[in-house]
Write a protein that binds this ligand. Structure first.
Ligand SMILES: [Zn+2]
Length: 180
């Protein structure tokens, strides 16, 4: 988990993130097919609108998870991060317009992704991290098994280690999925 404080001095620190932003209904947007052909794919506002056409408007307070299936590349770090050069990373994630739509317009409580960062690999200025810091929203990175979640209807429990004053911390995230 990145606490909002990670990118904003006024943001909540790891031990102060409210439970409502860590335990909430989960929305899963699947861009795995697009990411498979474009490893630098960034979630676009059109993807969110297409999702909502199918599943309804994303409700306020939801935790929105982005599925790219990058977690299947783990533990091959080179494949997961897009190379061995830390200055030339390549993996998909949220685009800043889409992240802003989710947080500022839909009122999402938090964003999560199954890649190493809520900003895509080549990002140098981390607009998604900065926007989330300003909006006081936590981010969850390096998630796994998002393919096992329905688009809507799951409940996420994402409780981080409660590190006093921390900018983030290890997180064990689990989802409760309704039985079919
Ligand atoms: Zn981060």
């Amino acid at each position: 988990m990145d606490a909002p404080y990670h990118f904003d001095a006024e943001g909540d620190k790891a031990d102060a993130v409210p439970l409502a932003k860590l335990i909430a209904p989960a929305i899963v947007i699947d861009v795995s097919q697009k990411a498979a052909v474009d490893p630098l794919y960034r979630l676009a506002p059109e993807d969110i609108l297409a999702f909502e056409e199918q599943h309804g408007t994303i409700p306020p307070g939801a935790i929105v998870l982005l599925r790219t299936d990058w977690s299947t590349r783990w533990p091959n770090a080179e494949s997961y991060l897009g190379g061995t050069d830390p200055a030339a990373l390549a993996f998909p994630s949220f685009g800043d317009d889409a992240a802003s739509l989710l947080i500022r317009e839909r009122g999402a409580a938090a964003l999560g992704v199954d890649t190493a960062s809520t900003d895509y690999g080549p990002s140098a200025d981390f607009p998604v991290h900065r926007m989330m810091g300003e909006a006081n929203a936590p981010g969850f990175e390096n998630l796994a098994n998002l393919d096992q979640l329905p688009a809507t209807g799951a409940y996420l429990v994402a409780l981080p280690m409660k590190i006093k004053g921390g900018s983030g911390g290890p997180l064990r995230a689990v989802a409760l999925v309704p039985k079919k």
